[in-house]
Design a binder for this molecule. Structure first.
Ligand code: NAD
Length: 293
């Protein structure tokens, strides 16, 4: 078993991004600028946004964090989105999801100018992705693609099984891997909560991508020898007696599945590390005007 080391890869990509920032500076161009809007006080969202802002600092990007209380109205948030759309000093921005229940996430996502939608959640970007046109790829699937590319994992003609069909992970993952290209050209099966005899599918997988949000769901008897495992899940499980009282784990039972796998991503230290870096890559593309020329 070999480890697909997201931490190491993220470091490598951050160095490349920092070099790009310096190149831009030498040409008299300002640093790429990412803004993030955080509404409410969801603890996980706070951690995610903090990581995004910190990652900007690490590579020399400018970042702006706009924090709003849980009682922010939808109209107020839409006003902020409009301001960011119009602000020429901001290259790209994200509105951290989930939003408080009284705010319609779809309306907010649709209000974001697709040219600044570095999360790639706007249907204009999703549609462009599906058609293989230049777009901002959603960060987590983009990170997985980057990992497959850099580790030179062959996907062409392979059986890929994706577990989970969310708009941000499973569905785009299935589209990207089945599309023409490298990585890509795979034969993809998308499994979800209504799939019957899931293990019959997973056992056929040369590459298994798990994104369902159930701790250690995939066990050794569900995979074949030599499988490449991409574990997107990030789950908190109780760990009494430890300092934090919990531990993080993926959707795959790392110990048992790892013993059969050729390659596997650890959790933490795998896909999650690349998600933030992909957001930075999109922000650089936005600053360079590469996507919507
Ligand atoms: P989600 O909760 O939106 O969707 C879960 C999907 O899993 C659904 O499509 C559902 O049909 C499917 N599913 C649920 N139970 C199933 C079962 N028993 N068998 C087969 N399919 C089943 O999920 P999401 O937002 O895509 O997140 C999935 C996991 O990935 C979570 O653990 C999340 O924390 C993690 N995640 C990680 C990153 C990262 O940066 N690594 C980014 C986003 C999400």
């Amino acid at each position: 078993m070999q480890i697909l080391d997201g931490k190491e890869l993220a470091k490598e990509i951050r160095q490349e991004l920092a070099a790009e920032v310096e190149k831009r500076a030498a040409m008299g161009k300002r640093a790429p600028h990412l803004a993030a809007v955080l509404v409410g006080d969801d603890p996980a969202s706070q951690v995610y946004v903090r990581n995004k802002v910190r990652s900007c600092e690490k590579v020399g990007f400018r970042s702006t964090l706009i924090r709003k209380g849980a009682d922010t109205t939808e109209a107020e948030l839409l006003g902020i989105v409009q301001q960011l759309n119009a602000d020429e000093t901001v290259d790209g921005f994200i509105v951290q999801l989930p939003l408080p229940g009284h705010i319609n996430e779809e309306r907010v996502t649709l209000a974001i100018d697709p040219r600044k939608d570095v999360d790639g959640f706007h249907p204009a970007n999703f549609g462009r992705m599906a058609q293989g046109l230049p777009c901002y790829l959603p960060a987590t699937p983009a990170g997985v693609m980057e990992m497959l590319r850099r580790y030179e994992i062959e996907t062409s003609g392979k059986e890929v099984v994706v577990l989970g069909r969310s708009n941000i992970v499973g569905t785009p993952m299935s589209i990207l891997l089945s599309r023409k290209g490298s990585p890509g050209n795979a034969t993809v099966t998308l499994c979800h909560s209504r799939t019957q005899d899931l293990a019959a599918h997973t056992r056929r997988a040369d590459i298994l991508v798990a994104a369902i949000g159930i701790p250690e769901f995939v066990k050794a008897d569900m995979v074949k020898d030599g499988v490449v495992v991409i574990d997107v899940g990030i789950n908190r499980v109780d760990a009494p007696g430890t300092e934090k009282g919990y531990r993080l784990c993926g959707d795959v039972d790392f110990e048992s599945v790892g013993s059969k796998a050729s390659w596997i991503t650890p959790v933490p230290g795998g896909v999650g590390q690349l998600t933030v870096v992909s957001l930075l890559i999109n922000t650089l593309k936005a600053a360079n005007g590469e996507v919507f020329a």
